[in-house]
Design a protein around this ligand. Structure first.
Ligand code: ADP
Ligand code: 5GP
Length: 187
């Protein structure tokens, strides 16, 4: 069976991070790629776990040295996928990337075995409630993230699958089925 890159994208608050963590817990053969970002850590986030938290100069030098598979800017910060770990892990495992829609479409241009999965919330009201409950951004920042939702949802037409994250375990199981199906496909 071939090893694949599984990209999870979707609006902020849709549940990408929660789903990615569950997938890795339930499937030890999956590796979750840790991105680099210039944004500040949220309460409880640790360097090397949720992200590599780096400065703008270090980020720029990664770009200049071709150290990133892709990168983009969101909400005034940079986010990018480090190349070395992904390439190394793909030799014997499947790798999950939790990145935005433009990042996902860029990755497809560089790797052949990529599955693009859009995670969507059951409703706009529910995603706003989840972001408020998560309590990691001010209301002003939550509203900025809400404004970007329609753009991200619009891009789902270019993705291979869309999964609604209503019940967490059902969403995780759907993604596990997709991975199984894609891994068994002929090249
Ligand atoms: P994202 O990574 O897409 O920004 P998170 O994974 O941080 O989203 O989820 C946003 C919030 O919603 C978190 O507080 C998380 O615990 C909660 N959440 C995620 N999935 C569900 C779900 N299926 N039902 C209810 N709450 C959820
Ligand atoms: P957050 O600040 O909520 O952790 O992430 C903001 C956005 O950045 C999310 O849409 C998330 O998917 C995206 N993101 C996280 N890591 C990367 C990455 O490495 N590359 C790209 N292009 N987007 C990323």
């Amino acid at each position: 069976m071939r090893n694949i890159l599984i990209v999870l994208s979707g609006p902020s608050g849709a549940g990408k991070g929660t789903i990615a963590k569950k997938l890795v817990q339930r499937n030890p053969e999956l590796v979750l790629s840790v991105s680099c970002t210039t944004r500040a850590p949220r309460k409880g986030e640790k360097h090397g776990k949720e992200y590599y938290f780096i400065g703008k100069d270090e980020f720029k030098s990664l770009i200049d040295n071709n150290g990133l598979i892709e990168y983009s800017e969101h909400f005034e910060n940079y986010y990018g996928t480090p190349k070395s770990l992904v390439e190394k892990s793909l030799k014997d495992k499947d790798v999950i990337l939790e990145i935005d829609v433009n990042g996902g479409l860029n990755v497809r241009e560089h790797f052949s075995d990529v599955v693009l999965i859009m995670i969507v919330p059951p409703s706009l009201e529910e995603v706003k409630n989840r972001l408020i409950k998560r309590n990691t951004e001010s209301l002003e920042k939550i509203n900025l993230r809400m404004e970007r939702i329609s753009y991200e949802m619009e891009k789902s037409k270019d993705y291979d699958y869309t999964v609604v994250n209503d019940n967490l375990i059902s969403a995780v199981e759907k993604i596990e089925e997709i991975i199984k199906l894609e891994k068994n496909k002929e090249n």
